[in-house]
Structures are given as C-alpha cells and as structure tokens.
Design a protein around this ligand. Structure first.
Ligand SMILES: *Cc1c(COP(=O)(O)O)cnc(C)c1O
Length: 434
C-alpha cells in the first residue's frame, strides 16, 4: 500500500467531509479518540450560548424554557439510535463508574429477590477496565457476593455456574481492542440464570451495538471517548424495559423520583429508566455532550439500508486494516499484533506489543509512544504486567481520520524506529497520565 493508494481511498471515502465537523490542532494526527475524543467545531459556541443566554439571561427559568430538565432523556434518545436501543430506554447522566454502581446493584437485586441464597457471584474478566472491577469489589463486599475473574473469553461459559447472578463484561477491551459477541454471551448467561451488565465505553460511537437485539439486560458507557463529549462528559445508562421498572437503584436521589417537585419526604422511583437519575444534572456538560453525539448522528445519511453505524464501521475496519498492513510491511518483525485480525472480534483500535522479548518487558513501548507524540502522532501507552505485555495503543475514529493520516502515522513510526529516537532520555520519563 502506497501513499497514493491511501489518497485514492480518501477520494472514495463517503465520510471524508465529516472531518469539517471538528477542530483539530495543526500538525496533529490524533489516534487517541478512544481515550478523549476531539472537539466538535460546534461545541464552543453552543457552550457559550448555554452559559451566556440560558444561564446568564434565562436563569432558573431555563429549566423549563430551555428544556434543561429533559436533557438526560433527549440526549439518551439520540444515543439510543447508535446502540440498538429504543426511545426512552437511555439516560445521559453521571459517570461510567457511578452508572455501573447503579446497574450492577440492580442486577444483583434480581438474585437477592429470587430467594436463591446460593446465587451470589459476579463473573467478569481479569482484563476488564479497573474501575469496573473496583466498583464490583465494593458492591460484593457490601452485599455478601463474590467476584470471580476469568482469564480468557473461552473460560466464560464454564464460569457460568448456578451460583452466578451477574455476568459483567466490557464489550470492547480497552487494552487489546478485542470485541465480545454480545448476543452469544448474553444467551449463555441467561441459560445459566444470570443477568448481563455490558460496559460500552469503547463501543458506543465506535462499533455497531444491538442492545435489544442481543437481549442484553443492563448497559453503561462513556461520553468523552468516541462520543466526543469533552473531558469528564456525562456518561449513559441503558436498562432493558423488562427490568427498568422492576429494580430500584441505590443512589435514590430526587431526580429519579416519580414527582421530584412534589417534595415529598419519601422516595418513590420514577417509572422506567428515569429512576436511574440521581441529582441535579450538569447542564453545561450535557450541552457539550449533545454536540458530540450530533457528530455521530451526522453519519446516519450514509448508512443506506445497511443499519445503524454501518458507514462508520466499514471505514473503521478499513482504517485499522490499512494501519495493520502498513505496520507489518514497513516495520517487519518489530511488533506483534495484540488486536484480533478477525473483523467480528475487533473494536476501533489497534494495539501493538514489542516483538523482541527484552523490549517487550522494557521501556520501548512507552518511549516509542512518547517519540510519536513529539512528532504530532498522538496515541497512548497501556502498561502490562507479568502476563500481559506493555501496549502501544492507537484508536481510529473514522469521523476525522483519513487513510493518508494512517500512512503518515506509520511513516513517523518507521522514522522513530530507524533513527532510534525513542532511546532519547526525554521519551523515557514517565508522566502522571499515560
Ligand atoms: C474509560 C472507561 C471507564 C471510565 O469510567 P469513568 O467513570 O468515566 O472514569 C470505565 N469503564 C471502561 C471499560 C472504560 O474504558
């Protein structure tokens, strides 16, 4: 694949003009939209309007006149179109960690309410994102459950024994980019009498998700990654309608009350997913998140009749295929591919580990990422441990990345290796945030 081939792919790319929806700094190729999405061009003006007009002039009236009160639901309805959910099943609110606490508690309650005192286990993966495991540990401690961690996807079916109440998984693994089969694992959990909780942090806005079609039970996800909602953007929560009015969530704040403005002394949960709200919503942050979600909805006209997220998905796979092919052709023997080659098992990122055993244990992966960042190619590094290698992680966001960007990022990688730039001391100093 040559630079001209990449330019030809860009020429034929139906999504290429969507790059104009974003403001990217000059000279940067941004391969970290899986960690913090880029800023939509519409966001600064929209946030300024919310601050100056809706807050500054409207003041408290804006809860009604600017429909602030409906924002978690309005944004949730837009997002539902990207994750295979129906209207009024999704709320944009709080953080991923907090939403996980709420839905995991609710899912555990089914086992407690069933009267089956043996069903007190949560199954997850050791490689799951740490906050998910920490929240599960805390709830297990509080409610007398056990957290059982498996070391591979193949081990999940055998782990679904009759004591399992909840299977809690992240759909696309943050370190490897490997994607689970949501429908198959949900069916396996249900056959074992367990419910499923899916974390969509690396899926929403990145890959097609079919929550209802997969018959999933609960899901949560992140607003600041592929949804481009800005740093610390509100997250989201989805609950299957068959559960939404059945369980109470533990953070029973007044925004989840059936009638918050009656100011009654006792909690009465709102019907449906509205009960998963807790307190007063961050309106300015929600307005930035809406701009981010709108950038993804701008791909809808390109889906033809191939279904939600199909245009974005086919470009995402083409970008990651091109990156893998170029790295393997131009840096032979230097890296091993950590991300699955199989399209059905790949998210929207490519992760590499050093092929050389000594380099894999050492500083090379971190230092190469730092040297690339100094050249304007921004990816990130995720630390390994005794079992898992250190990883160079590259996220591919089809909304604003071109095939030419892919070509240039691999060219920079080749230069960093050939010139041994990564050995410089300044690229071997660890920062607080990697
Ligand atoms: C990014 C990420 C989170 C982040 O949670 P916060 O509450 O926003 O800090 C949670 N889970 C997964 C799987 C993630 O990738």
């Amino acid at each position: 694949m040559t630079l001209d081939d990449c330019r030809a792919l860009d020429h034929a790319d139906p999504l290429r003009e969507l790059r104009d929806l974003f403001t990217l700094p000059e000279g940067v190729i941004y391969l970290d939209g899986n960690s913090l999405g880029v800023m939509p061009t519409a966001t600064p003006a929209r946030v300024a309007e919310v601050v100056a007009q809706e807050w500054g002039n409207g003041l408290i009236r804006s809860w009604n006149t600017a429909s602030w009160i409906d924002m978690p639901q309005r944004l949730g309805n837009k997002l539902a179109r990207l994750i295979g959910a129906a209207p009024d099943e999704v709320m944009c609110t709080d953080s991923t960690s907090i939403n996980l606490y709420k839905v995991l508690f609710a899912a555990m309650s089914q086992a407690i309410d069933s009267g089956d005192a043996q069903r007190r286990t949560i199954v997850s993966e050791r490689s799951n994102f740490p906050t998910d495991l920490y929240i599960a540990e805390s709830l297990c401690r509080e409610r007398g459950f056990t957290l059982k961690l498996v070391d591979s996807v193949e081990a999940i079916p055998a782990a679904l024994t009759p004591d399992v109440a909840v299977l809690m998984l992240t759909h696309v693994n943050y370190r490897t980019g490997a994607m689970h089969d949501m429908a198959a694992l949900t069916a396996a959990a249900h056959a074992a009498g367990a419910l499923t909780v899916w974390d969509l942090a690396h899926s929403a806005g990145a890959v097609p998700v079919k929550l209802n079609e997969s018959n999933a039970d609960f899901a949560i996800g992140c607003g600041y990654k592929y949804l481009n909602g800005g740093p610390g953007a509100p997250a989201f929560v989805w609950v299957n309608t068959r559960h939404a009015s059945r369980f109470e969530q533990p953070l029973s704040g007044w925004f989840g009350h059936a009638a918050p403005f009656e100011f009654t002394p006792h909690y009465r949960p709102a019907p449906g997913v509205a009960r998963y709200l807790c307190g007063t919503q961050p309106i300015i942050s929600l307005s930035a998140l809406e701009c981010g979600i709108d950038t993804l909805l701008a791909t809808e006209p390109f889906n033809a009749d191939l279904g939600p997220m199909s245009a974005l998905r086919s470009k995402s796979l083409a970008l990651t295929d091109a990156f893998i092919a170029l790295v393997e052709a131009r840096c032979p023997g230097r890296f091993t591919l950590v991300t699955p080659r199989d399209h059905d098992q790949r998210g929207s990122q490519v992760c590499l580990a050093m092929a050389d055993a000594a380099e894999a244990q050492g500083n090379a992966a971190y230092a190469i990422v730092q040297a690339l960042i100094a050249r304007g190619v921004i990816g990130d590094f995720r630390a390994g441990d005794a079992q898992t290698p250190h990883i160079l992680r590259f996220g591919f966001t089809p909304l604003y990345l071109s095939f030419e960007d892919v070509w240039h990022s691999v060219e920079h990688l080749v230069q960093v290796l050939e010139k041994e730039e990564w050995r410089r001391p300044e690229f071997n100093q660890k920062n607080a945030v990697t």
